[in-house]
Write a protein that binds this ligand. Structure first.
Ligand SMILES: *Cc1c(COP(=O)(O)O)cnc(C)c1O
Length: 428
């Protein structure tokens, strides 16, 4: 595999862009080598600047749930771009997307659109603090909620990979209001609430963690969060930027049958354009300006191009879609496990419909950050490059989820498993 043009572009990029990238995990720091520069995508396939083709499992970090260049999305964007790309005034598409989301997620009465997942979580935190009149928030180690100041404390993936447990530039005075607990530890949540419950504005959680690799909640964990927050007048925020419309039509909250007070969304909701959203109970959402006093705004929020893309994608995602997606995911996961076993490689895989993660470990489960961080990242690095060589693009970090799309057919999953078998044997 030749990456000559990617190499050249990466050199050039580093002259004018810090690290050559606009988001750290793209830089391949944790796997080494040159980031691949892509030119096009079609279904589950990507083509890079050197003309190499890959089967993709990054999906632009989640949004491409029906593959690249998905016709209904391309069509919607093309049509809207001719009419106008932005007005900074209300449009019908905003209402249609809001109605569609509210219908799929019964916990959402009202919703506001923003431009990224980070914006969604920052806004939800401000809203929770304003609504409760409290400052403290609780998050979990390894959960990532974007790069907002209050949330960049023990955050997963990019931060974990780069070894920045906490970022310079986040005022200690602010970070001290963020309390962190181990994911999946119900006892510690209860103990914390008994001690400080009256001061806690909100608990924010990825209901299925996806940014320290994919880690589903253990039985009773989300239930206990719902119970403790309700008892102490705190809000429960589900950060479904990754899991929303990924694991079920109604997100993780549908799968686990828990109604959070607020939900944050992103990724799939924008159909590949920059979109985020936060929504929840009308009583809470109506505290936002212009109805209430809590301020939040955005020049391009609810952008018609982005709304059109999101609508076209969400409309294609019915219950049948998720059944197929789950089946495809299971096929890959089962295949990878078999191949790893026969190559003598210790591999644990966590998976939920449409997302999965490879943990190179002999542990029989991976339930939290400490367990994820103790896996063999060097082996992942080798596996990643062996797969890239063989035309399969996984995330360039051991702490990410792999994403399956509706465009992956048996042809691609069989090919992936076959190449993984060779890759396992080559790194064993
Ligand atoms: C990606 C992600 C974010 C941040 O979204 P951006 O659009 O990158 O700002 C927040 N929370 C979760 C759970 C995510 O996966």
């Amino acid at each position: 595999m030749v990456l000559a043009l990617s190499d050249e572009l990466f050199q050039r990029a580093q002259q004018v862009i810090p690290g050559g990238v606009n988001s750290p995990v793209r830089a391949f720091k944790s796997v080494g080598g040159t980031p691949v520069f892509f030119v096009s995508g079609m279904g589950p396939y990507l083509t890079d600047v050197d003309g190499n083709h890959y089967i993709d499992y990054v999906a632009s970090w989640g949004p491409m749930i029906n593959g690249f260049s998905y016709e209904p999305v391309v069509h919607a964007v093309r049509e809207q771009s001719i009419r106008a790309t932005s007005f900074g005034a209300p449009t019908v598409q905003e209402i249609e997307l809001a109605e569609l989301v509210a219908q799929r997620m019964p916990a959402i009465d009202k919703i506001r659109m923003v431009n990224s997942g980070t914006e969604a979580t920052m806004s939800a935190i401000r809203l929770a603090r304003g609504y409760t009149g409290r400052d403290k928030i609780v998050k979990f180690e390894g959960c990532f909620h974007g790069h907002g100041d209050s949330l960049l404390v023990k955050a997963g993936s990019g931060v974990m990979t780069l070894g920045l447990p906490d970022s310079p530039g986040v005022p200690a005075d602010l970070a001290k209001h963020t309390l962190t607990l181990p994911f999946n530890n119900t006892e510690m949540v209860q103990a914390l609430f008994e001690q400080l419950g009256q001061e806690i504005a909100a608990v924010i959680v990825e209901p299925i963690a996806g940014n320290m690799g994919c880690i589903p909640p253990v039985d009773g964990f989300l239930e206990s969060l719902r119970k403790s927050t309700t008892e102490h007048g705190s809000l429960l925020i589900f950060d479904e930027v990754m899991t929303g419309f990924r694991v079920a039509a109604g997100g993780a909250q549908e799968l686990y049958e828990i109604r959070p007070d607020l939900t944050t969304l992103g990724k799939v909701i924008g159909g590949g354009l920059p979109v985020g959203a936060f929504g929840g109970k009308a009583e809470i959402m109506d505290c936002l300006a212009p109805v209430g006093p809590i301020y939040q705004s955005g020049t391009l929020s609810g952008n018609p191009l982005a709304m059109s893309a999101g609508l076209a994608l969400l409309r294609s995602l019915d219950n049948n879609f998720y059944q197929v997606l789950e089946h495809t995911t299971n096929q890959i996961v089962d295949g990878l496990k078999d191949e790893a076993r026969s190559a003598g490689i210790g591999l644990h895989i966590n998976a939920v419909c449409g997302m999965f993660s490879l943990f190179f470990t002999t542990q029989s489960n991976v339930l939290n950050y400490d367990q994820a961080a103790s896996c063999d990242s060097e082996l992942y690095r080798k596996f990643f490059h062996a797969m890239l060589e063989r035309g399969v693009y996984f995330a360039p970090s051991p702490y990410e989820s792999a994403f399956v799309s509706g465009s992956h057919t048996k042809l691609e999953t069989d090919e992936t498993v076959r190449q993984a078998g060779e890759a396992f044997r080559s790194v064993a």
